[in-house]
Design a protein around this ligand. Structure first.
Ligand code: IPE
Ligand code: IPE
Ligand code: MG
Length: 252
């Protein structure tokens, strides 16, 4: 189980890099529309922003990043756009997997696997299997992901343990739930970034973000990269995380 008790503060009290940054990559369509381009070109430019972000996370020694790439609600988009997004995800794995592996990046995919096509499932399995032992950065891709679905599946798994007599209902702890989620073993994000000026979670990491700091940026996702990541981290560092306690100056 991951050590969730360790905060992002060093022993000196100085805030170091967040261990886990989660990002809602939003605004591809508006980025394209502003340029008179079809939405699909916005998504294509979004993949370049993904590459820049992964590189920046490696350079900045951030051990975990989670990218929201396709939500369980995104199936309600026009079929043509869904096909474009599926094609880009497949191409990303095909083109980038070898380099990610070379860079010692572990790929993890969270979300529902049952209702995706066999080719996609095989690519995802290959990416996760090949990079399973890598240690430099864990790149968590939230694909066909919705937090309510994830929590429901976790509850089902725990209920199966109870029904089989492996677990008593009174012994269920929040750690059981954390571990039964798709993110089991991954520390909760300290920082969540959403681009495009929208200020909502859109069914992303509802359980894991209980004490996460949120940074909302107006920039559209295709314009994201190292600089905006650093800007978000600067905002995060200026926050005081109290976890229900008192402000530092109140305890002096
Ligand atoms: C984010 O950009 C990509 C996905 C949700 C897959 P959008 O496609 O949501 O872009 P906007 O929000 O319409 O600008
Ligand atoms: C959230 O963005 C999902 C992803 C970024 C993959 P959406 O664009 O789908 O969210 P809403 O519809 O604006 O809430
Ligand atoms: Mg959007």
């Amino acid at each position: 189980m991951a050590d969730r008790s360790q905060s992002s503060e060093g022993t000196s009290g100085a805030v170091i890099m967040p261990r886990h940054v989660a990002i809602i990559m939003d605004g591809n369509g508006r980025w394209a529309a502003e340029r008179g381009l079809p939405r699909t070109l916005g998504h294509r430019s979004g993949v370049d922003a993904v590459r820049r972000t992964v590189q920046a996370a490696i350079d900045l020694k951030i051990p975990y990043i989670t990218l929201y790439s396709f939500s369980s609600e995104n199936w309600s988009r026009p079929q043509g756009e869904i096909d474009d997004l599926m094609g880009l995800m497949k191409r990303f794995i095909r083109c980038d997997l070898a380099e990610l592996h070379q860079n010692n990046v572990r790929v993890m995919v969270i979300g529902e696997r049952d209702n995706i096509d066999a080719e996609m499932r095989a690519l995802i399995d290959e990416a996760c299997e090949l990079t399973r032992q890598n240690t430099r950065l864990t790149l968590v891709i939230a694909f066909n992901y919705g937090a309510r679905g994830e929590i429901t599946r976790a509850a089902r798994r725990i209920a199966e343990d109870v029904a089989a007599g492996r677990l008593a209902p009174t012994d269920i702890t929040s750690e059981h739930l954390s571990d039964a989620l798709d993110t089991g073993g991954v520390p909760d994000p300290e920082l969540l970034i959403r681009t495009s000026g929208e200020r909502r979670l859109s069914n992303f990491l509802l359980w894991q973000c209980a004490y996460t700091e949120f940074v909302f940026l107006d920039a559209y996702w295709p314009d994201f990269g190292r600089e905006l990541l650093l800007e978000a981290i600067t905002q995060y560092r200026a926050r005081e995380r109290r976890f229900g306690g008192l402000a530092r100056r109140s305890t002096a």
